[in-house]
Design a protein around this ligand. Sequence first.
Ligand code: MG
Length: 358
Amino acid sequence: MSVRKIIHLDMDAFYASVEQRDFPELRGKAIAVGSEKNRGVVAAASYEARKFGVRSAMPSSQAAKLCPHLIFMPPRFPVYKEVSREVREVFYGYTDLVEPLSLDEAYLDVTEPKKGPLSAILLAKSIKADIKESTQLTASAGVAAGKFLAKIASGMNKPDGLSAILPHQAEDFISQLKIEDFFGIGKATAAKMHQLGIYNGGDLRRQSLEVLVENFGKAGWRYYDLARAIDDRPVNPNRETKSISAETTFTDDTTDLRFLEDKLRKLSTSVSQSLMNKNFYAKTIGIKLKYHDFVIKTRSESREPLQEAVDLYRISRHLLHKDPLESPLRLIGLVASNLIPASDMNQQGEQLRLDFGL
Ligand SMILES: [Mg+2]
């Protein structure tokens, strides 16, 4: 197979940068997009605010403590959506193989670009310049032969960054990459990797496929490939958002319902954030239970379209308690499906709630 050229483009501090662009008095200032009110959450933070430790998905109260002069701006999703559309127009000038991940991020396959230089690095430079020209905003780009490394590369030099991990550099790069930074490896999986003596890609590469599958189930195959810089996942231009989910694997298998409720509360916040970012309401809420033996069971319930964390938590908690657990769990997940675009909610005369109050 010939080598692909993949670019991951990621707008820098997207919502916050749009606010600073449209309100010049905010430039150079620590700002957070999100609701300041009780139990609000930061949706995006300017780089000036990040210096104080303010991060997205952080409770607004915590952000205000870290950065007392933080300016909160209410989100303006219609504007972000329009800017996102402009950015995608730029992408489509170069390739039809564009896979948006959210309003501010996308993968592009530029193996055979419609225009521009042949070098993927020069192409990325040109795309960044076009985005700047069309939106006055900066994006960071990562270039690699696969999605995993392209995405890591785009995060290496933010803001306004451009980094490449070329095919001949990929294996060395992965060898020194911390296991926490691998695609699909969360905290719990990383902890388990540590127990096996795996701290970086080099350690991972020394494990046999058998050991990885025994410890991580099907994901073991993926880790085995990623350690060898094998990442053939195509850039999928038709990817439609059918569901939005988040899950968490535990360090130790558990039946502790209090602990599981706490996890569901965190997952509710995260899924709610994604629903808001992607402008969806969900009619069906489900939980995914993965037992210690890797058997997966799901429970779900459909009702009026919802988006807020407090509603997701209420339903998922109810689903958790509906039936007793069969045995200890190794993972719990929350899935929002049956998605309805927020614009359709408007047409139905429902009130569109754009604030980040929880
Ligand atoms: Mg971004």
